[in-house]
Design a protein around this ligand. Structure first.
Ligand code: GLA
Length: 348
């Protein structure tokens, strides 16, 4: 039994394969070095006291019945406590201290990073094995849907939990097979750049896009859009035809990106990143003026490829830089890193 534990959940970057996860498609994300740390210490009494150190904010609630209706980071903490207990995992009274070296609300999955760190910390503190990583990913995703109101897929949680150093993950969301794809870029680099437009999934067009895909699926009479063919898209009314085309072509780009990485063809990888952005902008319609301005600036600076990452509607862009190219101002270098883990465990 531990008195105190510290767990870490990394954020993620998605090389390519956006808005495919909830359509049983393909993606190629990796966990990054930056993320969220949760330090959890046992407390007497029946409460959780949670402190967001970087914000100077606190939440305190009864373990037995966390009230609903909290917004922001509090919803994740309360949701994780309830969902862990509902899945049969004991959660002890605890004081939680949360800190991050990952900006929140910019599309690098600070949400999944927080959920993963909480899940690992609370299970370790309870002295029980954490749920297996696939089950934990699903549990975290339930928190997003039912406590935060974002109808997300499993991309962020799987990347945060299964991340590996020096590898991106080819994830097939139909079979949930996860294959590491060696990711050593030689002298090339990936960076993220902020569009300075805040991005929040629950209040953006994200849920609407997901609902459009669902409508398209029902109209086509398919189990999932993974089974759609290009000619199916043409049978649908606008804008559903464009949404389906994006999903199909994006799945295909993931396979091409895996091949480009395996062949060390980074010029081709840059072209695929650009094509993904164009599709997200024109077919999926989840870009914004601030994202387009940022991308135009990156292109003028000569990057080898640039696109929005994550759900879109603001947030960060991912840019591929050729050897020797200068990093744009404010850029954050990202490279594949290990998935969520315990950093410290301390017995009395
Ligand atoms: C967000 C969601 C993911 C995924 C991406 C888009 O990051 O949390 O589930 O849908 O958007 O690819």
């Amino acid at each position: 039994m531990f008195e105190r534990v510290v767990a870490f959940g990394p954020g993620r970057v998605n090389v390519i394969g956006e808005h495919t996860d909830y359509n049983d498609g393909l993606s190629l994300p990796f966990a990054i070095e930056q993320g969220v740390r949760v330090s959890a210490a046992r407390e007497s009494g029946g409460e959780i006291v949670a402190c967001a150190l970087d914000r100077g904010e606190q939440d305190r609630f009864a373990l037995a019945d966390p009230p609903r209706g909290a917004g922001g980071w509090r919803a994740f903490v309360r949701g994780m406590v309830v969902e862990l207990r509902a899945a049969g995992h004991p959660v002890p009274a605890a004081r939680l201290e949360i800190s991050a070296d990952l900006p929140a609300g910019v599309g690098l999955s600070s949400s999944a990073a927080l959920e993963v760190a909480l899940g690992l910390a609370l299970s370790a503190l309870a002295g029980v094995p954490a749920p297996d990583r696939m089950a934990l990913a699903r549990l975290c995703s339930r928190v997003e849907r039912e406590w935060v109101g974002a109808q997300t897929g499993l991309l962020d949680q799987l990347a945060s939990l299964f991340g590996q150093a020096e590898a991106a993950l080819r994830i097939d969301f139909r079979s949930l097979a996860i294959e590491p794809v060696p990711f050593q870029l030689g002298g090339w680099r990936l960076v993220t750049v902020d569009s300075c437009e805040p991005h929040e999934l629950s209040s953006s067009g994200y849920n609407e896009r997901r609902a459009e895909c669902e409508r398209a699926r029902v109209l086509l009479g398919l189990d999932s859009l993974r089974d759609a063919a290009p000619r199916d898209a043409a049978r649908l009314p606008a804008p559903l035809d464009r949404r389906v085309r994006h999903v199909l072509e994006e799945n295909d780009r993931v396979e091409q990106a895996v091949a480009a990485l395996s062949a060390g063809d980074y010029v081709q990888l840059g072209c695929l990143i650009d094509a993904s952005h164009a599709s997200l902008r024109d077919l999926y319609e989840c870009s914004t003026e601030a994202v387009e301005d940022t991308r135009a600036r990156l292109q003028r600076a000569g990057v080898a490829g640039a696109r929005m990452v994550g759900g879109g509607f603001g947030g960060q862009l991912l840019a591929l830089l050729a050897p020797g190219a200068a990093a744009p101002p404010g850029a954050l270098a990202v490279c594949p890193a290990a998935g969520g883990r315990l950093l410290e465990t301390c017995r009395r």
